[in-house]
Design a protein around this ligand. Structure first.
Ligand SMILES: Cc1cc2nc3c(=O)[nH]c(=O)nc-3n(C[C@H](O)[C@H](O)[C@H](O)COP(=O)(O)OP(=O)(O)OC[C@H]3O[C@@H](n4cnc5c(N)ncnc54)[C@H](O)[C@@H]3O)c2cc1C
Length: 413
């Protein structure tokens, strides 16, 4: 055997899993076509992610605190508004908005915010440094092109002809998982004909840790607070329009942006490149197969409307690591069906429910039909008046509900 676990994909989910396994005494190998240095380049990933407070506890428990905390912006408040131009929610009460405040759940979450905004490149840099400190073997650039299954091991084939064997292979290679395909796992998928335009802006006025999400007819428009009075914008548009925006001249782009953004945070200045991401749903019919397990976007790629895709991948990794480490300590075969079943049972329901809920939200909130708008507006107004319902949403989005893996409560493995 070349390792205990071969992980195809050293993205944020795969790299976090590798650190968790290593902490528990297992030997992982990470494989990725893109070396860490290239993943950190400014043009590689322009996104910032809303990380639930439970996901952040996991990174702290894995020793990443010093590398991520200086760049993590606390989200103290989330304002969700229907169909209004940005800024409208702050300029006076309308019946159709939802306000979530961290102070409402402070006692239960030990004073943590609703979540943290962190630029993906900061998370990647912290993970790369921790992986190097932990001495985890990384094969990159290298690409998994196939997996063969034997009774006691799986053999991974790389594009350069090398072969590696381990009792378990994890597919963390994002959408279109090769590992999943090799195991015959079918993926259900459809596109939304929408793309997200992502850009970072500098603000003239302080954002106060408030995240805004506006449901406009073309899709959600989110203003997500970053450190140093910057914000990450996720601006959903029909795909052809999103591509036209990305390639438009800077002054044209700025004029369109200004119209969406309003002026409630003063002058805005675009920093860095404009990125676009096509949006779709992809859901694997199973999380496991013979000597394989899927996690992160390889198992479930969802629309970013609720900022939950990566959070699901972090939860998967925390659960899988706990199951495997416990099994190894009991002397069980970590790639056996009985062990992998525990992971699948732990994560399957949460993943499917969130993928379905996200899909329903996208259809409900990217719709301009007057009756649908009225119904969703009333729904938001009702939830906004019910403190227990608001708290439930906040606890769920913070990743604090259900049977939590130890790492998500901040404990080490
Ligand atoms: C606009 C936008 C905003 C988002 N905002 C949020 C948010 O606020 N909060 C949140 O939780 N989520 C958010 N998401 C979702 C989140 O970005 C993804 O869920 C997350 O990046 C998935 O990470 P991953 O590691 O599972 O997969 P990926 O990031 O896709 O990583 C897969 C890795 O596998 C490697 N790979 C590919 N093929 C192979 C192969 N054959 N062999 C080996 N390696 C391979 C790739 O090079 C890559 O490094 C957002 C998504 C979008 C599009």
């Amino acid at each position: 055997m070349d390792a205990d676990v071969i992980i195809a994909g050293a993205g944020i989910s795969g790299a976090t899993l590798a650190l968790s396994l290593k902490q528990g005494g297992l030997t992982p190998i990470l494989i990725d076509p893109v070396v860490f240095d290239a993943q950190l380049a400014p043009e590689y990933d322009g996104r910032a992610s809303a990380i639930a407070f439970a996901g952040f506890r996991q990174w702290r428990a894995l020793g990443l605190a010093a590398d991520i905390e200086p760049f993590a912006q606390r989200i103290e408040e989330i304002l969700v508004t229907d169909g209004k131009p940005p800024g409208a929610a702050t300029s006076g009460p309308t019946p159709f908005f939802l306000r979530f405040e961290s102070s409402e759940i402070a006692a239960r979450s030990e004073g943590e915010p609703l979540g943290y905004m962190l630029e993906n490149r900061r998370a990647r840099a912290a993970l790369a440094a921790a992986i190097s400190r932990a001495g985890i073997e990384v094969l990159a650039p290298a690409q998994v092109v196939g997996v063969q299954f034997e009774p006691e091991a799986a053999e991974v084939r790389l594009a350069d002809g090398r072969c590696l064997r381990a009792p378990l292979v994890v597919g963390a290679e994002g959408r279109g998982s090769i590992v999943g395909k090799a195991a015959g796992i079918h993926q259900t998928s459809w596109g939304y004909d929408q793309s997200a335009v992502v850009v970072t802006v500098r603000l003239e006025r302080p954002h106060g840790g408030v995240a805004h999400e506006y449901f406009l007819p073309s899709g959600p428009f989110a203003i997500l607070p970053l450190t140093d009075d910057r914000a990450s914008l996720v601006w959903t548009e029909a795909t052809d329009r999103a591509l036209a925006l990305k390639t438009s001249r800077p002054e044209i782009f700025h004029a369109h942006l200004r119209r969406r953004f309003g002026d409630f945070l003063g002058q805005i200045q675009v920093e860095g490149p404009v990125f676009t991401y096509p949006l779709s749903l992809q859901l694997a019919e199973r999380l496991t197969g013979p000597r394989i397990a899927l996690l992160g976007d390889a198992a479930h790629g969802v629309h970013p409307i609720a900022g939950q895709g990566l959070n699901l991948g972090l939860k998967d990794g925390a659960a899988l690591a706990e199951v495997l480490i416990e099994a190894a300590r009991l002397g069980e075969d970590i790639g056996s069906e009985t062990v992998l079943d525990r992971y699948a049972r732990w994560r399957n329901f949460d993943n499917v429910m969130l993928a379905v809920a996200t899909d329903v939200f996208v259809r409900l909130f990217s719709n301009n039909h007057p009756a649908v708008r009225l119904a969703r507006g009333l729904g938001m107004a009702v939830v906004n008046r019910l403190a227990p319902a608001r708290k439930l949403f906040m606890q769920e989005a913070g990743g604090a509900l259900g049977d939590l893996p130890k790492l998500l409560t901040g404990k080490t493995l």
